[in-house]
Design a protein around this ligand. Structure first.
Ligand SMILES: [Zn+2]
Length: 313
């Protein structure tokens, strides 16, 4: 029987009667192996084709769109490439997508909601690493005034609070996702008084840019992805406090917070020399100035940070 394609119509003759069906109306049920290809016609009839001799012709007529299963069966190389592309996509999603999704969620969350969600982080940390501060009220009020003047006129930072603690983790300052800046006695006793606004400005940058919340979201999303793929939900069971201690900010976040502090200092006409002095002091504390220190909020080396100030003066 002669079957041909006439401008989108499948045409054939049966007992001298011409039959024509639009190719787009013809269905092709899945078939496997070397079984003949069977087409379902709109009139309820079927047409059977030898797979080997007809499959490329039918494919060029677009009646033969292969199922996934058949593609794998007939084109293993193509399948391998699809597999590799999928893995690359997953890695890309992990590397680029999760930070983007986390950023979007973090900035879509109002500060009041953040306080509600993250308000217990400090309580958790108090259980694990902190003791009450030994600072006197006058010192505390000085630092509070320094914070007030830094956030004056910035409604988006009006929720920021200071918390003073003493700790075996030593000199440290960091910003919790709910907008609490924790300062350790050890840090305040170590640094010259005029460098503290620089510490606060840097931490305000982390809060403004929602760094800690973004990092927690990224970890949670990555943990969820791992749990889905591995079927192991134990990766999801970890407390916020433990996560905070276990991980450092990325260099990118630190740089952003440093830039925020520099911009704030310039806007308010503050002396950038105080920022430089701060980084020198913190650098000396680090020893090598490396990022691998006991800080919860681990910073780039002093030289790099001072360079950033000079570039942005
Ligand atoms: Zn930082």
């Amino acid at each position: 029987m002669n079957v041909y394609n006439d401008a989108g119509q499948l045409v054939f003759l049966v007992n001298d009667t011409k039959h024509a069906f639009a190719l787009r109306n013809i269905k092709r049920p899945e078939s496997f192996g070397n079984a003949p290809i069977v087409l379902d016609l709109p009139n309820g009839g079927t047409l059977e084709f030898d797979r080997e001799s007809c499959s490329s012709t039918l494919q060029s007529w677009k009646v033969l769109s292969l199922s996934w299963f058949e593609k794998v069966q007939y084109h293993p190389t193509q399948w391998l490439l699809i597999g590799i592309a999928s893995i690359a996509f997953a890695i890309g999603l992990y590397g680029q997508g999760l930070p983007l999704i986390s950023k979007w969620i973090a900035f879509a969350t109002p500060p009041a909601k953040l306080s509600e969600l993250m308000g217990n982080v400090l309580i958790e940390l108090d259980d694990v690493i902190f003791q009450p501060s030994n600072l006197d009220d006058q010192a505390k009020s000085t630092y509070q005034q320094q914070l007030n003047s830094l956030i004056a006129g910035r409604a988006e930072l009006s929720h920021v609070r200071l918390a003073f603690r003493s700790s075996k983790i030593g000199p440290n300052a960091f910003a919790l996702p709910d907008g609490t800046i924790v300062l350790t006695d050890e840090l305040l006793n170590f640094l010259p008084a005029k460098t503290i606004p620089g510490v606060l400005a840097h931490e305000l940058g982390h809060i403004q840019l929602r760094h800690m919340f973004r990092r927690l979201l990224q970890n949670a999303l990555a943990g969820t992805a791992i749990a889905i793929f591995s079927g192991d939900v134990s990766v999801l069971i970890s407390t916020l406090g433990t996560q905070l201690i276990a991980q450092h900010y990325s260099r990118e976040f630190e740089r952003e917070a440093d830039l925020f502090a520099i911009e704030l200092f310039v806007k308010q006409g503050r002396d950038l020399a105080a920022l430089e002095l701060l980084h020198e002091k913190l650098g000396s504390l680090d020893g090598s100035g490396s990022t691998d220190s006991s800080y919860l909020d681990s910073h780039p080396g002093a030289e790099e940070r001072i360079q950033l100030i000079r570039e942005n003066q």
